[in-house]
Design a protein around this ligand. Sequence first.
Ligand code: DX5
Ligand code: ZN
Length: 221
Amino acid sequence: MSMISPSVLSADFGNLNRDVQMLNDSECDWIHCDIMDGSFVPNISFGIPVLRAISAVAKKPLDVHLMIDRPDQYISKFRDAGADILTVHYENNLHLHRVLNQIKTEGMQAGVAINPGTPVEVLTDVLHAVDLVLIMSVNPGFGGQKFIENTYNKILRLVEIRNQAYNSFRIEVDGGVNSANVCKLFEAGADVLVAGSAVFKAPSPLEMIKHLKNAARGVFP
Ligand code: DX5
Ligand code: ZN
């Protein structure tokens, strides 16, 4: 199933409760939560207490994207705060395989993310251990950036690797997703698309989610 995971990074933090309720009422599949520490990425978003507040209201799985250093120290804390899917970056995890196993042991789905400058091939030896690969289609840190076109090549290469290895992880694409590229991304092989500003800056976020979801249905009914 092709899925949409709106990112609350672009929500109105003063009305977070209202915006999460809107996502509950929408056709979205997951709720994407971007955790940034001002060290791994040059921005600070929100942390565990805010995630817990989102979780208290959310009726959809929380798709938590960690852009923090030393995520291994916080795995169970994110689980306790409500994370269902927990994604860590390849680039700052020396013991990636161990961290991914830790996430699964804590009862969550394990995801690994790669930056635009990181080739998909570096993940070959952890693909058996993941439920999700997140391909960043912008440099992580901010919402509202321009989509990087090379992402399509990376999706195609990862689909090929997945087929060859008989793996079943999902492919998620994050950054600069909008109504202009949604069909092409699903066609290339993405399973989950994250959309922040495209959803929350739209005149009607509910209608935009419906539109993105319809595109998903059109490609893979
Ligand atoms: C960027 C975040 C994204 C961001 C996407 O570092 O990982 O999830 O919220 O925002 P848009 O859809 O506006 O590019
Ligand atoms: Zn993200």
